[in-house]
Write a protein that binds this ligand. Structure first.
Ligand code: ADP
Length: 852
């Protein structure tokens, strides 16, 4: 975004070029500098204005001072001129009177007459005295206007008359007038009434002889009063001072105690009081002694206003700086928000209170495909509303404008410009202006098509998963390991055990091979696979490790195949999952099958015995015949008393042995066919083989087949059912003998070899191998394929269940049975049946040497 910029302040109209240069310069300045100039400009101009005002005042003051000085000078000179003219005129008149006195044209009375008229016209003259050469007072006239009480020849004139030898001013003037023979003005002095006066003494010269003087005494005060023009005295003060700078008279009355001080600022102009020339100085003085700025109200007003303006400008400047800071913060904030808004993928749309679009962000435009210009200012129905949903959208918008939109947002269909549609979720929030009033609504929009698709897929797959789990015949349950809380249970579980964890515990606890969970049940293999610290199995949790266990649940009277595994539940908790499959049916079938198998085994043994019945009868016949013979022999010999006691005993012992032998055969057969529960016990291969061979011998002898037995020494003890193994061995020996017999082999080939040896094979580990090898015709191809099939027999009266039973017996002992032909070239020269039995205990038993 273009950063906000302050518009350049409007400058005063300047001539084109200057304006351009200024504009160029202004634009080159940074924003802060422009602001500084804009603030400092007025400040500087106010200061300049203040300086100009001070300068103007200073100039005016100087000007006025000079004018005042000029006016004082002029006025003083006017006053001086007035006085001078008067003095000269008076002096001329006095000279005339003096001449008349000297030429004796007038006498003393006439003098008085002239003096009276003279002084009447000249109020400045207080006394007019005629003194002789000897200083004697010849006549005198005092102006009555001033001293009414003074009379001619009064005492008061004594100070005005010169006295010889006295150092008074009249005396000095008298002497000077006499010596110089021209009018002389005296120094000023104080007359009898304390008034300042001075005299002019005109010498009376009669043909160059000095005959006295005519003294005219001026009142200085009157002189000032009458001869300084009123306009002068109103403008300025005019003072008459003597040589010692003492004020003699003044147009202004000095304040009591005020000294005649001349300050530096006072405008003063001194002129000598010519023609008096007696040290009197006429001094003009300006009334306004100072025209300083300090006393100028206007100046102070201007100064105060300037200071106020400067102060306000500084305030404005500070304010502006604060505003500028706020503005720059605002600008960066706006930039930040704009960048954020431009970069985000959520569409934003602002509306006013009437629903008119006032703003859309780039993401909104990108999502809908409409440009900003196409959207802003639009009113509903908006272009991004699908036409078929206008009614619904109008209702939603109305709801939105009334502020009733749900907080969780609303799902809508949005149409792009190309008329394709997508699902969106919209959230609405009010737009509030700085005054706290709502101006519109801000809507944010996110495209949820993908999310919705994923969600739909997820829920579908979840549904499938649940359906599968629910539909399972097996009970599936998940239990949290720590809390013992049932996290999941499917329909089958609920059906069998209800909705609590007890069923899980029963299934888990039904077998000691499952570890303890929550103290409810046991799952631990001797505690070894369970961590004593956490009660957790030490096996890898993800390992599909548990074997199937078969558990009988008594209340249900059902057998279950229980598989357990640990898993991490969706919330991260460790959980145990059990899958329990109802195997009651299979279990029952197995039991039944086992019972049938047992029955079959017994039957088979009976059949075997049945088959061997003639042999057994023959076998029993021998001892019985022998017993009969012995008994008959003994009876006849006892009757004939032809027997000794010892012979009799020997015969009886022989008889008993034969009976014993018969009983042994019977016992053996009885033991063999006795119906008993199959049960494993420690047994020696040697004795099994012995018993089997003993029984088989009955048959073998009849068929004239010899058996050679070899049993390896120190064979380990077997954990087997000896009767069943004996049955297998007997069966194999019998088959071998039958094969030999049926092939009508010559005597040399009528042999069977029976061997028992320990063996170690990679697949089976340590085993004991029993093998029966005959020299018969071997197995035919078609026989090999169906060898272990029940009821398969090649013999006329054969049942064909022998080998199939043998195999099930051996396999139930976890052994293997095999058959193979022995060849001499291509000719089969016999066959070898062998079976193995695993060695259950490592402990080997010391065995008797093998039977021959
Ligand atoms: P039966 O002995 O009742 O026939 P068997 O299951 O014991 O049933 O034997 C099945 C068949 O296997 C016999 O009929 C015979 O053909 C064959 N057979 C078994 N043992 C041998 C052997 N040692 N030599 C040759 N054939 C044999």
């Amino acid at each position: 975004m273009q950063p906000l910029n302050t518009p350049p302040p409007r400058s005063a109209p300047l001539p084109g070029a200057a304006q351009r240069i200024f504009g160029l310069w202004w634009r080159r300045q940074s924003l802060a500098r422009q602001d500084r100039f804009a603030t400092l400009g007025p400040l500087v101009s106010v200061l300049l204005f203040l300086a100009a005002i001070i300068l103007a005042f200073w100039y005016l003051r100087n000007e006025e001072f000079e004018r005042e000085q000029e006016s004082v000078k002029r006025d003083t000179e006017i006053a001086q001129q007035q006085i001078r003219l008067r003095l000269i005129e008076n002096q001329e008149q006095l000279v005339r009177i003096a001449r008349e006195i000297a030429t004796r044209t007038i006498d003393q009375d006439e003098f008085l007459g002239q003096a009276a008229s003279f002084t009447r016209e000249r109020p400045e003259i207080t006394n007019l005295i005629w003194v002789g050469a000897n200083r004697s007072r010849r006549a005198g006239y005092a102006a009555t206007g001033f001293h009414p009480e003074s009379g001619f020849g009064g005492e008061e004139s004594s100070t005005s008359v010169p006295k010889e030898g006295a150092k008074t001013a009249p005396e000095a003037a008298f002497t000077a007038a006499r010596d110089l023979r021209q009018p002389v003005y005296s120094r000023p002095f104080t007359d009898l009434y304390g008034a300042a006066v001075f005299q002019v003494q005109v010498p009376l010269l009669d043909r160059s002889a000095f005959s006295g003087t005519l003294i005219a005494e001026y009142s200085i005060e009157s002189l000032m009063r009458y001869f300084i023009p009123a306009e002068v005295s109103t403008r300025h003060s005019v003072t008459l001072v003597d040589g010692q700078d003492r004020i003699l008279a003044s147009t202004v009355t000095p304040m009591p105690g005020q000294q005649n001080r001349r300050s530096a600022t006072t405008i003063v102009h001194d002129v000598p009081l010519a023609p008096a020339g007696n040290g009197l100085v006429l001094r003009g003085q300006g009334y306004r002694t100072s025209i300083g700025l300090i006393s100028n109200t206007l100046f102070w007003m201007v100064a105060a206003l300037s200071v106020l303006t400067v102060w306000m400008l500084l305030g404005t400047w500070r304010h502006m700086r604060r505003r500028l800071q706020i503005q720059s913060t605002l600008v960066s904030e706006t930039n930040f928000r704009r960048a954020m808004e431009n970069s985000m993928l959520t569409g934003m749309r602002a509306m006013d209170m009437e629903g008119r679009i006032t703003y859309v962000n780039p993401a909104f435009c990108a999502m809908t495909g409409f440009s900003e210009a196409e959207l802003i200012g639009r009113v509903p129905p908006f272009p991004h509303w699908p036409p078929e949903r206008i009614d619904e959208n109008t209702r939603l918008l109305q709801q939105e404008l009334q502020g009733r939109s749900p907080a969780g947002g609303i799902e809508v269909k949005v149409m792009r410009k190309d008329e394709s549609q997508f699902d969106a979720r919209m959230y609405v929030s009010p737009l509030i202006d700085p005054k706290g009033l709502q101006t519109g609504w801000m809507t944010s929009m996110t495209n949820i098509t993908e999310a919705k698709r994923v969600r739909d897929q997820l829920s579908a797959s979840h549904e499938r998963f649940t359906t599968v789990l629910e539909g399972l015949d097996a009970a599936v349950s998940v239990l949290s390991v720590q809390q013992g809380e049932l996290l999941f249970a499917n329909r089958s579980y609920r059906l069998w055990f209800g909705a609590d964890a007890r069923g899980h515990a029963l299934l888990a606890g039904g077998d000691p091979g499952l570890p303890v969970i929550g103290g409810l049940s046991a799952f631990g293999d001797d505690g070894d696979s369970v961590d004593s610290f956490g009660g957790l199995p030490t096996q890898e949790l993800t390992e599909v490790g548990s074997d199937a266990r078969e558990v009988y649940i008594d209340p249900l009277q059902k057998w279950f195949d229980v598989r357990a595994r640990y898993l991490q539940w969706t919330d991260g908790r460790l959980a145990q999952m059990l899958i329990a499959t109802d195997i009651t049916g299979r279990r029952n079938a197995e039991t039944q099958a086992a019972q049938q198998a047992e029955k079959a085994q017994v039957t088979s043994r009976l059949v075997t015995m049945g088959e061997m019945a003639s042999s057994v009868a023959h076998e029993l016949n021998q001892p019985l015949t022998a017993i009969t013979n012995y008994c008959n022999g003994m009876v006849s010999r006892v009757k004939g008393d032809a027997i000794q006691k010892d012979d009799l005993i020997a015969a009886l012992e022989k008889t008993a042995r034969q009976a014993e032998r018969a009983g042994q055969i019977i016992r053996r057969i009885r033991a063999f066919v006795k119906r008993s529960e199959p049960q494993r016990q420690p047994a020696q291969a040697q004795s099994i083989v012995e018993d089997a061979v003993e029984l088989a011998n009955i048959e073998l002898r009849r068929r004239n087949v010899a058996v050679h037995v070899y049993v390896a020494q120190r064979l380990p003890t077997l954990m087997v059912d000896p009767i069943l193994i004996e049955q297998v061995v007997l069966n194999l020996l019998k088959n071998a003998a039958e094969a030999i017999d049926m092939a009508q082999l010559p005597q040399a080939r009528r042999n069977i070899e029976m061997r028992v040896v320990p063996k170690h094979t990679p697949e089976e580990g340590g085993v004991i191998e029993f093998s029966v090898t005959d020299s018969g015709p071997g197995l035919k191809e078609e026989v090999i394929a169906r060898l272990y099939e029940a009821f398969f027999s090649t013999k006329a009266e054969g049942l064909g269940i022998g080998l199939s039973l043998c195999r099930s017996i051996i396999e139930s002992h976890r052994g293997r049975i095999r058959a193979q032909n022995l060849y001499n070239g291509d000719l089969a020269v016999g066959c070898r049946f062998s079976f193995t039995l695993p060695v259950e205990t490592a402990k080997s038993a010391g065995l008797e040497p093998a039977l021959p």
